[in-house]
Ligand binder design. Structure first.
Ligand code: UT7
Length: 328
């Protein structure tokens, strides 16, 4: 008995901002961004749209691929760091309303870029506990809305988009589904990636906060070191706990933050780069949406087929990390 992904979809905003375009507004270059991150462009949400709209776009595709009635969904888990509202209501509730899914429970999940990985495990647990039959897990970000476009340290890194998956019980005995997950966090590093203003710690008071506190701030080097280290931990742990070797995996689907992080992890683990599915050149770092967008891209280009064994590996604000082992 497993919980399996019945359908997956993504929503990518049409508008593209290239590295060259960014270089005309901040002191950077296409050469620097590509050589330091592997990013070539990012998709940016339209002005008249918001996070929940992208989530709805991805969810409708996932529901259609799953071939279910939307009202079968009993739970919506939406992972984001850039929801429609800064504290409440949850964006999941807005999505429930926009999708007109009657009676589904709905909640947001705050685990930074690891949000979708965490969400899959929460959904799997609910399905295996038989408290939910169908769960919609969404990873979505409108990071462009909380990015300081004058800060070259961060504005070159992020993009917008959404990915969604419908999960349900697989009783067929064919072994397909989410086989295992490994989740963790290093809360002592919470200050290295944050958006300071708006919470109880630094509430909004007119005229009392610095403008940069409204945006993403990051200690890039500190997060880089953490990312390389935990990528290694996630991959090693999931393989060891399931008596597998890298050769058993069809692909590893890492969080698409920085090509150099993946190259460094590959080197440490002595895994060929071809094992990793890499797509940040096109979408940049879409945080919680990055892994489902990558999975969707794999499906669309025929690189993810029924029976493939894949491993996701995510890390991000919190600092959180985690991975899922999935027989597709
Ligand atoms: O989703 C999870 C969250 N985030 C991440 O995964 C990000 C993790 N960190 C990183 O990916 C990397 O640390 C960055 C890409 C953010 C930065 O790369 P780096 O190689 O660590 O650069 P650095 O911060 O050490 O800066 C090197 C130089 C500095 O100049 P000096 O001091 O050597 O003269 C920076 O001022 O590059 C400069 N720099 C830039 N130059 C051109 C920093 N950003 C830029 C830029 N364009 N956009």
């Amino acid at each position: 008995m497993t919980a399996e992904i019945l359908g997956l979809g993504a929503h990518i905003p049409e508008k593209i901002v290239t590295n060259e375009e960014l270089a005309s507004t901040v002191d950077t270059s296409d050469e620097w961004i590509r050589s330091h991150t592997g990013i070539g462009k990012r998709h940016i949400i339209a002005e008249d749209k918001t996070t929940s709209d992208m989530a709805v776009g991805a969810s409708l595709k996932a529901i259609e691929k799953a071939g279910i009635d939307k009202d079968e969904i009993g739970m919506i888990i939406l992972a984001t760091a850039s929801g429609d509202y800064s504290t409440f209501p949850s964006t999941a509730c807005v999505v429930q309303h926009k999708l007109d899914i009657k009676n589904a429970a709905a909640m947001d999940l705050s685990a930074g870029c690891t949000g979708f990985v965490y969400g899959l495990e929460v959904a799997r647990s609910m399905i295996l506990a038989r408290t939910q039959k169908k769960v919609l897990v969404i990873g979505v970000e409108a990071l462009s809305r909380i990015t300081n476009w004058k800060d070259r340290d961060t504005c070159v890194l992020f993009g917008d988009g959404a990915g969604a998956a419908v999960l349900g019980l697989n009783e067929s005995g064919d072994g397909r589904g989410i086989l295992d997950s490994f989740l963790g966090a290093e809360g002592d590093g919470y200050m290295h990636l944050m958006r300071k203003a708006g919470g109880a710690m630094h509430p909004f008071h007119v005229g009392e906060y610095d403008e940069e506190d409204l945006y993403i701030s990051m200690n890039g080097r500190r997060v880089y070191g953490f990312a390389v280290r935990v990528n290694e931990t996630i991959i090693k742990t999931l393989l060891k706990n399931n008596d597998l070797t890298v050769d058993d995996l069809t692909r590893i689907v890492p969080h698409q933050a920085n090509l150099r992080i993946i190259q460094a992890a590959a080197k440490r683990l002595d895994i060929p780069m071809e094992k990793f599915f890499v797509i940040m050149e096109e979408y940049a770092n879409t945080s919680a949406a990055s892994i489902p967008i990558a999975l969707n891209a794999m499906i669309e280009c025929g690189e993810l087929k029924k029976g493939d064994l894949i491993l996701t590996a995510g890390f991000g604000a919190g600092l959180t990390y985690g991975g899922n082992l999935i027989r597709w």
